[in-house]
Design a protein around this ligand. Structure first.
Ligand code: HBI
Ligand code: FE
Length: 287
C-alpha cells in the first residue's frame, strides 16, 4: 500500500503466497483494482457453473446465504461491499489474507467473528482442483453460511476451542471437526440429503459425488466419531458425516466439553477415512 513502491498495474496483487505485506494478524488489503480481466473471467466461469449446482445440491440455508450476499456473477467480490451486508446481519465480517495462515491467528479471527478470505484466484488450468484455498473457495464456499445464526455461532465456538486444543496437544482432533463439518459436511433435509460444506460446494465434481455417488460412506454425525477420524486432503472424501440441523452442530461445538475426548484419544491412532464401525448409523442417499 502506501509504504510500498508502486507496482505495475498489470501485476496482480493477488500474488499467491505473498505474505510480505501481511500485518501481525496476517490480514492484508484486498486491492481489488489490481485483479486482471482474466481473474474476473475465472470467477465468472466458476460462479456460473457452481450456482446451478448449489440450487440442486446445497442446503437451503446455504442457497439463501448466497442470495443474501448478492455477489456478482461476473466480478470478484469486494470484501468491503460484502461486509456492509454481513456485519449488520450476523456480527461477522470477512478479512483479506494472503492464503493459509497459522492456526493461532486463524482461531483468533474466528473467535472474534472474522472469517479470513484468501484474496488471490486460481488459474484457468486449476478450475477443478486446488489444494490451498483461493477466493472462490473461501468466498463462495464459506461466506454464505456465516449469514446463518447457528452455523455462525458454531464457527465462533470452533475458534474459541482452538487454544484449548493446542494446550491439550489435540489440534489434530479439532482440525478433523473443521474438515468433516465445515469443509465437507452434509445435512439431512425433508427434501433429501444436501451439502453445506465449503470444500464440497466450491468443487463442481464433488458436489454431485457427495450427494449421489454410491461410493462414499455417509454416517450420521457423532462428535466423538468425527474427532477421531482421519481424512484425505487430495481426493474426494471416502466418508461424509451428516447432521440433522445446524442447531445440532452448534450444540456439539458449543455445549460440549472436548477435554474428555482429548484425554481419551489425543494419543491414539485415528480411525481410517474409509472405515465403517458397527456403531455407525449409515444414511442413504434417499434420492
Ligand atoms: N488459514 N486462511 C486459512 N484458512 C483456513 O481454513 C485455515 C487456515 N489456517 C489453519 C487452518 N485452516 C486449520 O489448520 C485449522 O482449522 C485447524
Ligand atoms: Fe475452506
Amino acid at each position: 500500500m502506501a509504504n510500498q513502491p508502486a507496482a505495475p498495474t498489470h501485476n496482480p496483487v493477488a500474488l499467491r503466497g505473498d505474505y510480505s505485506q501481511a500485518r501481525a494478524d496476517y490480514t492484508i488489503e484486498q486491492q481489488w483494482d489490481r485483479y486482471t480481466d482474466e481473474d474476473h473471467a475465472i470467477w465468472q466461469t466458476l460462479y456460473a457453473r457452481q450456482i446451478h449446482m448449489i440450487e440442486r445440491y446445497a442446503a437451503p440455508e446455504f442457497v439463501a446465504g448466497t442470495r443474501t450476499l448478492n455477489a456478482l456473477p461476473d466480478r470478484i467480490p469486494r470484501i468491503d461491499d460484502t461486509n456492509r451486508i454481513l456485519e449488520p446481519l450476523s456480527g461477522w465480517k470477512i478479512v483479506a489474507v494472503p492464503g493459509l495462515i497459522p492456526e493461532e491467528q486463524f482461531f483468533a479471527h474466528l473467535a472474534n467473528r472474522r472469517f479470513p478470505v484468501t484474496v488471490w484466484i486460481r488459474k484457468r488450468c486449476e478450475l477443478d482442483y486446488l489444494v490451498e484455498p483461493d477466493i472462490f473457495h473461501d468466498f463462495f464456499g464459506h461466506v454464505p453460511l456465516l449469514t446463518n445464526p447457528p452455523f455462525a455461532r458454531f464457527m465462533q465456538a470452533y475458534g474459541e476451542a482452538g487454544p484449548k486444543a493446542i494446550a491439550a496437544g489435540a489440534l489434530k482432533m479439532l482440525a478433523r471437526l473443521y474438515w468433516y463439518m465445515v469443509e465437507f459436511g452434509l445435512i439431512a433435509t425433508p427434501q433429501g440429503l444436501r451439502a453445506y460444506g465449503s470444500g464440497i460446494l466450491s468443487s463442481k465434481g464433488e458436489t454431485a459425488y457427495s450427494i449421489e455417488s454410491p461410493k462414499p460412506h455417509r454416517i450420521a454425525f457423532d462428535l466423538e466419531r468425527v474427532l477421531r477420524t482421519d481424512y484425505l486432503i487430495d481426493d474426494y472424501q471416502q466418508t461424509y458425516f451428516v447432521i440433522d440441523s445446524f442447531e445440532q452442530l452448534f450444540h456439539a461445538g458449543y455445549d460440549t466439553d472436548f477435554a474428555p475426548f482429548y484425554r481419551q484419544f489425543a494419543n491414539t491412532p485415528g480411525i481410517a477415512p474409509d472405515v465403517v464401525l458397527p456403531t455407525d448409523r449409515l444414511i442413504g442417499t434417499g434420492t
